[in-house]
Structure formats: C-alpha cells, structure tokens
Design a protein around this ligand. Sequence first.
Ligand code: NDP
Length: 293
Amino acid sequence: MSGEARTPVAVLGLGLMGSAIARAFLAAGHPTVVWNRTGAKADALVELDATRAASAAAAIENAPLAVVSLLDDDAVGAALREAGPRLRGRVLVNLTSSTPEQSRRRAEWAGRHGAEYVDGAVMAVPQGLGTPDALLLYSGSESGYRTAEPVLRALTEQGTYLGADHGRAAAFDAALVSVFWLSLFGVSLGIALAEAEGVKGSELVRFTPAVVGLLPDMAAHTAAQVEAGHYPGHDTSISSAYTAFATLREVVARHGIDTGVLDATGEVFRRALAAGHGADGLARLVPTLAGSR
Ligand code: NDP
C-alpha cells in the first residue's frame, strides 16, 4: 500500500451513507476518525478500528481530509458551525445532497475558513460503494480534488471531476436524480396497472429491461436534438406519442389508479401540440418543459 493510500480521513455523519463511506475507507486501510451527532452510530465503526471523535471540530483536527455525509445542507451548517476555525489548510469534501446554490455558498464559507472545498454527488446506494458500479461526481477546488482523489478512490474507481464550479456536481446530481426518480415512478405506476389487470408485477418485470434498455439511446438522441435546436420526428412524433399516451391514461383512470403524474405529463404534451409542434420528435418536449413555446 502506498503512503498516499494511508492518508487519514475524517468522516462527519454516520447515517446509512456516511457509515458505508467510513467502512470503505477503513477497508482500504485509511486511518479513519468518525463523528456523528448521535454518538452510538459510531460504535460499529469503532469495532472496525475507526477512531471516535467527540465533536465535528475534533474529527477535522485529526485529519487533513474531511468527508461529510449529512442529511442536507442545514445539517451540514449545524454540524460544522463550531468547526470552521479548524478547517484552515484542510480539504473538505461534502457528499451531502445539496442544491447547486447551497454548494456554492458552502464553498464560499469553507474558503473563508481557509479550506479547499470539493462538492460531491453520490450516484449510488450505500451498499454500492467500493464496487465498480458506484458513480461519484465531484466539482470545485481542483487541487483539493487531486489531493483527496487517492483516498476517494476507496469509494469507487468511477470518480469523475466535473470542473471548478462548486455547484456543478449538484447540478448533475439534480438532473440525474430526476431521470432516476421519474423512471422509478413509471415502474411503480406500471406495476400498479399490471396488478389491476391481474398481471403480477413479477411477470411484468421480466420485460422491463427491454423497455428500459431503450432509454440510453433515446437520452443521447434527445440531448443531441436539444443542442442542435432542431427536432425532426423521424421515429416518433409528439402527436402520435400523445395518442398512445392518452390510451395509457384511459386504462389507468379506468382502474381508479392515481393519474396525477400522467396528467402533469399530458399537460406538457398539450402545450407542445397547441404551439404547433405535433410533427416534431419527443425531444421538442424539452424546451416546452423549460417554458418556451
Ligand atoms: P440518514 O438519514 O441515514 O443519515 C442522516 C445523517 O445526517 C445522520 O448522520 C444524522 O445524524 C445527520 N443529521 C441530520 N440532521 C442533523 C443535524 N441537524 N445536525 C447534525 N447531524 C444531522 O441519510 P443517508 O446517510 O442515507 O444520506 C446522507 C446523504 O447522502 C443525504 O444527503 C442523501 O441525500 C445522500 N445520499 C444517500 C443515498 C442513499 O441511498 N442513502 C444515495 C445517494 C445520496 P443522527 O444520526 O444524529 O440523526
């Protein structure tokens, strides 16, 4: 193991994600000092050789690198309030889900205290950390990221630095979470509909990979059309897709299943149609969603 790989690291926040982060650092051999508001959550990590800190400030004082995973930005503010003066010369990597604006404000705050600030987004579940599938996105101080990178590699080899704007990782996070959650909502609605039709969810999901597998190509195609500002409906037009969509809504409504998500989507379709985009491809819904006619 290289000297770099043994860099001490402090982990602030030992919820589901923070505990998994600390375990990954310990597994990679990093001396790990841990702190959590509810101290008992450190017990299992102390058994794995983590060092318990009495406060966030004490944890930061004991390592050149601090990784934060708390519920939200308010929790980060509460946890770090007393710790600011200890941050000088340290690298602070904040993996707490935040808005881009919160990340930029947190970077200013950390900068005032003399820390190099890196904001990160975890696109993985806690059990996924340390596996090749985990994706982590970072932005902010590049030199801070380069310093932290050998340690952060314990979380995933798939760490990607996105640039100096501290809010950029959070922007990617929000956009990717939108893709994930709305897709997952589609799964929930699909299973509710299948069950109402007497089809077991387990029978249905045999076929979901074929449908979900279409998404990466469609996403790339949509992004390309948006960037070109040109929306030829070669494969599917908004008007034909809306007809299929209306059929889906009818089936859902007939079973008394909540149509709220579909109704919001239908409204976007209707705005695009009313603006004369019926012959365009589905990518034209992007500017419609963003408010253009
Ligand atoms: P948990 O609810 O399991 O843990 C929340 C953590 O925040 C706990 O350590 C909790 O401390 C702490 N906390 C909450 N409020 C305060 C406060 N006011 N002051 C100090 N500490 C506080 O959440 P997760 O670990 O799941 O999530 C952590 C972050 O990771 C979130 O931003 C989440 O969005 C993100 N994330 C989580 C994923 C997941 O699958 N779990 C996936 C991707 C990102 P205490 O124990 O004392 O309550």
